[in-house]
Design a protein around this ligand. Structure first.
Ligand SMILES: NC(=O)c1ccc[n+]([C@@H]2O[C@H](COP(=O)([O-])OP(=O)(O)OC[C@H]3O[C@@H](n4cnc5c(N)ncnc54)[C@H](O)[C@@H]3O)[C@@H](O)[C@H]2O)c1
Length: 448
């Protein structure tokens, strides 16, 4: 006897609740791998998909390539059935497929959805009745309904369509944004509420059931577009507020006011103020990129997102501002940048993480090199670096005992394992872009 669609929905719900559902995660990166491990911890059998054969091999050997994920966690998951593959035919054996592939910008600063479309095209021939696909990659509102669903439908050999309710045949599609804050251990991942928008109520309820198994709260919303926009609002909020403090930092420096002290005072207000901190520029795969997904989409509606553009302009200018301040600080010591020795501390885009995507350190190094400085770096998370943002850097991390050899040490990333008093004591000049030297009294520190 063949199952009706509503029976299939009930059956999938039961499989989720009893941990029988087989989960596939596509994209074993910073988002996908931790998610796979969370499902595995909850006794689901998980298959990780990646086109990078090195990652697949490493995972299948019980190894990790993300510093904050110890190999023991991969081993534990493997004992519970976790494995990795590049073979999309295995999609057929799964109940739920979650897509966590990159969504970068192209060289014209426009959304590059090729990873998402490539993934969905690979999944489509193997996708069958009653399966649920959830997109987690950050993207503009409309992607799930306008791009993912049509590609899944066109590529389906049985001509299946997305089921809009429990009584229609087909497969289910939903969007749920990843909201992780790498390096922030103050909130457990399970406690970050999971926003879920489905293509119809059945898809939404199934996706909520899936995430309800590993997250303590789910937040169902009325459509994938609302969920997509929610993620962009969160990141644009950060981007715009960081631009605001970056602009105020430049003003405060002219006025001789310490903005960090101002922020510390302002954040004592128990309502209506959230502290954001200035820095050397934006980095990571989210804040410098995601807002431009919305500004691109907005143009389709004859709308110009002026806040996003302005914030982008200010934040993009910060590495240049830092370099200007290094030049000024050195000239105060009677030195020029040309032929000088500069040590950049921290390559990662933020403290205590092993991610250098879009890192302002790379831009600062390239700008300094372009102006004739000899630049080296130190970063405990990166023993070596190959390519920078624009050029091949091919550098290895310089040991900190060589600090006295440099004309200037620039703190770009304030890793917590650095001994700042010792760095200041050893350096001729320290340019601090993160207020990492707060509380240290020394005449060789310049904050910017
Ligand atoms: N990293 C974060 O902190 C973070 C936070 C929130 C949201 N996001 C979003 O999550 C998404 C993924 O980001 P990430 O940081 O995990 O990226 P990542 O680059 O670390 O990982 C993506 C993985 O996908 C793989 N991949 C690419 N194309 C593939 C394909 N066709 N099939 C299978 N695998 C493929 C890559 O090899 C890579 O391992 C992005 O949209 C990002 O904006 C990231």
């Amino acid at each position: 006897m063949s199952l009706t669609s509503s029976n299939r929905t009930t059956e999938l719900l039961e499989r989720i609740q009893t941990r029988q559902a087989r989960i596939g995660i596509v994209g074993m990166g910073y988002v996908g791998l931790p998610l796979a491990l969370l499902f595995s911890e909850e006794r689901f059998r998980v298959t990780g998909f990646d086109i990078d054969s090195h990652k697949v091999d490493k995972l299948n050997q019980g190894g990790s390539y993300i510093v904050r994920i110890p190999a023991t966690e991969i081993e534990l998951a493997r004992e519970k059935g976790f494995c990795a593959t590049s073979d999309y035919a295995q999609i057929e054996t799964l109940d739920v497929v979650i897509v966590c592939v990159p969504t970068p910008l192209n060289k014209h600063h426009e959304p590059d959805l090729s990873y998402v479309t490539g993934t969905v095209r690979s999944i489509a021939p193997h996708f069958h009745e009653g399966q649920l696909m959830i997109l987690e990659s950050t993207t503009y509102p409309g992607t799930t309904e306008e791009i993912v669903v049509p590609l899944l439908e066109q590529g389906n050999p049985a001509g299946l369509r997305a089921a809009r309710d429990a009584s229609s045949p087909g497969f289910y599609v939903a969007f749920s944004p990843e909201r992780e804050d790498p390096g922030n251990d103050t909130v457990a991942r399970r406690d970050i509420p999971k926003v879920v928008g489905g293509c119809g109520p059945a898809a939404r309820d199934l996706a909520c059931a899936v995430y309800g198994a590993i997250f303590n709260h789910t937040v169902p919303v009325s459509s994938p577009a609302v969920a997509e926009m929610t993620k962009l609002l969160e990141n644009i909020y950060r981007c715009v507020n960081i631009a605001l403090v970056n602009e105020l930092k430049q003003l405060c420096m002219r006025m001789g006011i310490d903005l960090f002290e101002v922020i510390d005072a302002a954040k004592t207000k128990p309502f209506g103020f959230q502290a954001f901190y200035p820095g050397p520029g934006l980095g990571g795969h989210c804040i410098p990129i995601d807002p431009f997904y919305l500004s691109w989409k907005a143009k389709e509606f004859d709308f110009h997102t002026r806040f996003i553009e302005l914030a982008g302009q200010i934040n993009t200018g910060m590495p240049y501002f830092v370099v200007d301040n290094i030049i000024e600080a050195m000239s105060q010591q009677g030195k020029g940048l040309l032929g000088s020795q500069i040590l950049v501390l921290g390559l990662a885009y933020k403290r205590d993480i092993d991610d250098l995507r879009e890192s302002p350190s790379l831009t600062i190094i390239e700008l300094l090199q372009k102006r004739g400085a000899h630049v080296e770096y130190n970063d405990p998370f990166f023993p070596s670096v190959g390519h920078g943002r624009k050029y091949a850097l091919n550098m290895t991390s310089t040991p900190l005992d060589r600090i006295p050899d440099f004309d200037c040490v620039v703190i770009v990333t304030d890793h917590s394992q650095y001994d700042y008093p010792a760095i200041v004591a050893a350096a001729k000049l320290v340019v601090d872009t993160r207020n990492a030297t707060r509380g240290i009294e020394a005449s060789n520190i310049v904050k910017c």
